[in-house]
Each structure stands twice: as structure tokens, then as C-alpha cells.
Design a protein around this ligand. Structure first.
Ligand SMILES: Nc1ncnc2c1ncn2[C@@H]1O[C@H](COP(=O)(O)OP(=O)(O)O)[C@@H](O)[C@H]1O
Length: 285
């Protein structure tokens, strides 16, 4: 009982916080009819008072969606669902889709809406069965079609659009490393760009792995210079319109990353009106 009350309170606190941080006070739902798609639907949340946040992270490859989505997921107690991870899991599982997906990902192209929606639906249904009460999506939606489908089946409270200059994005992607044993994400890039012509400088320290991961680091096959450039091009063509989709609905929170995690995390919490929330959570831990 106490746990349910805590969850309900958290859902209330967080959703009112999310609403406060939106520039427009009312979040409208423009849901198309549910039969607008022949895809397997996402689980519908009928009683929104019982659920936690349903947030989306947008942003170019390398901007740090995974890092900040995962931190917020720990803070708010909702799963961080990254469609890129779902695709990579499918690739390593050698399931029926894996050879088809492998080529697409290697070239930096987008997987079809049908496939990505089927992978995401499966993950959401499994989460709902485990009692998940919300989610933070990372890497979805990436096309207007995906955004329309998502809007047709559930209400997104807030969309956080992370921004960073393109030369830094490229360097960050090229510096990404993953430990193939513990799955930890690291970055060996050391970014130090001086302020010029009125644009602020930017410093991002590398996020180095602990000693026992050093010999196990791997680089994603799609983090080569040519493929990252293609992913950035595709983001601008296919995903940037999704920013406008949510902006026009008053759901988009733009966040320019001022630097690395130590500088950006407190500012992001502040932008989300969550700074007190983190203090209270660490005091209660
Ligand atoms: N929503 C999506 N729609 C289509 N393809 C996707 C989607 N999410 C992930 N993918 C596929 O998985 C790859 C890796 O995704 P992700 O880890 O999110 O990369 P990024 O670092 O570019 O944000 C993408 O390049 C794409 O091929």
C-alpha cells in the first residue's frame, strides 16, 4: 500500500514538474484514431493518474541522450528504453531480423518503422507485465510516422531535445567505447573548444573506464567517421521534423548542453524543475 502511494505521489510530483517546465501551460493531445495504423499497438495507459513519466529524448547521434536518459531513469524510477539498444540486442540474438538489420545499422540508415515499432511494442508489453508505470524513450520517435503512431496510442508528457554543435558530436561519437564485459559506456574524447565569434567555448572531459574494463573496450561498428556523418545527415532530414512536431504541441524542452556531465546534469535537473527532487531522493537513500 505504502509503495503504491509512493508511486502515485511520485507520478503526481513528476508530472506536475514536467508540466511546469513546459513553455506552454496546456499539453494538448492530437491523437489520430487508434486504427490509423496496422502495426501492433503499444500498450494503452487507461488510467493516467497511476502512471509515472512518459518522456522522450531527442537529439543527434553522440549528443548524450543515453547518458542523461539513463540518469533520469534512475532518479525517477522508470525504465530507460533505447531503441538503438533494442536493435543491437536483436542483432546479437541472431534472430530472424538480424542479418537484415546488420546491413542497415552498419550503413547508418534507419530501420523500417514496422520493425522498430514491433521491437518497441514487445519491450513495452514486457515492461507493462513487470509493472512498469512509465518510460523514458531514447532514440524513438525518429520519423514523423513514428511520432504519429506513438501519439495515437499514448500521451507523451515531455520531449527533451538535447543540442550540441556538430563538430563536437562527431568527436564524441568517434570517442565512444563500450566494455564488452560489463556493458559500461565510456568516452575517450577530450573536447576543448575555445569561445569565438560570440559562441561559447565548450569543455568536455573524457569519461574514462575503470582499469578492469580497459582491455575489453570495443567501438560500435557504426561509430566510424563516414557512418556518423551519414547518421547526422539522416537526423537532419528525418528526425529534425519530429522536433517541430512536438514544439507545435507545446511539449518540447530545448536544452543546449553547456559542457560535460558535471556541468550539464545539474543544469538539466534545474531546467526540469527536478533539482530539489534529487536532493530529497539522496537524503532519503
Ligand atoms: N527509432 C528508430 N527508427 C529507425 N531506426 C532506429 C531507431 N532507433 C534506432 N535505430 C537504428 O539503430 C541504430 C543505432 O541507434 P542509436 O543507438 O539510437 O544511435 P545514435 O547514436 O545514432 O543515436 C540507428 O542508426 C538505426 O539504424
Amino acid at each position: 500500500m505504502a509503495a503504491i502511494t509512493r508511486l502515485a505521489k511520485r507520478a503526481f510530483v513528476v508530472s506536475s514538474l514536467a508540466r511546469r517546465c513546459l513553455s506552454s501551460s496546456v499539453v494538448n493531445c492530437h491523437a489520430p484514431p487508434h486504427d490509423a495504423t496496422s502495426f501492433r499497438p503499444f500498450p494503452l495507459r487507461e488510467d493516467s493518474s497511476k502512471r509515472c513519466v512518459q518522456w522522450v529524448f531527442l537529439g543527434c547521434p553522440g549528443v548524450g541522450k543515453g547518458t542523461y536518459a539513463s540518469r533520469l531513469s534512475n532518479l525517477l524510477g522508470v525504465p530507460h528504453i533505447a531503441t538503438g539498444d533494442l536493435v543491437r540486442d536483436e542483432l546479437t540474438s541472431s534472430g530472424p531480423l538480424s542479418s537484415q538489420l546488420s546491413e542497415i545499422v552498419k550503413q547508418g540508415q534507419l530501420v523500417s518503422d514496422e520493425i522498430i515499432i514491433s521491437l518497441l511494442s514487445k519491450r513495452l508489453v514486457a515492461g507493462e507485465a513487470k509493472g512498469d508505470l512509465g518510460f523514458i524513450l531514447d532514440g524513438f520517435p525518429r520519423t514523423i510516422k513514428q511520432a504519429e503512431i506513438l501519439e495515437g496510442v499514448t500521451d507523451i508528457d515531455l520531449v527533451i531535445n538535447l543540442k550540441l554543435r556538430e563538430d563536437v558530436l562527431l568527436e564524441k561519437c568517434l570517442g565512444r567505447r563500450i566494455c564488452n564485459q560489463c556493458g559500461g559506456n565510456f568516452n575517450v574524447a577530450s573536447i576543448n573548444i575555445k569561445a569565438e565569434n560570440g559562441s561559447p567555448g565548450i569543455i568536455m572531459a573524457p569519461l574514462l573506464p575503470p582499469e578492469n574494463c580497459i582491455s575489453k573496450l570495443i567501438t560500435r561498428s557504426d561509430d566510424t567517421e563516414a557512418v556518423v556523418k551519414e547518421r547526422l545527415r539522416i537526423y537532419n532530414e528525418m528526425t529534425q521534423p519530429v522536433e517541430e512536431f512536438y514544439r507545435s504541441r507545446g511539449k518540447l524542452l530545448e536544452f543546449n548542453l553547456p559542457g560535460g556531465i558535471p556541468e550539464s546534469w545539474p543544469k538539466l535537473l534545474h531546467a526540469l524543475n527536478l533539482d530539489d527532487y534529487e536532493d530529497k531522493r539522496s537524503a532519503a537513500a
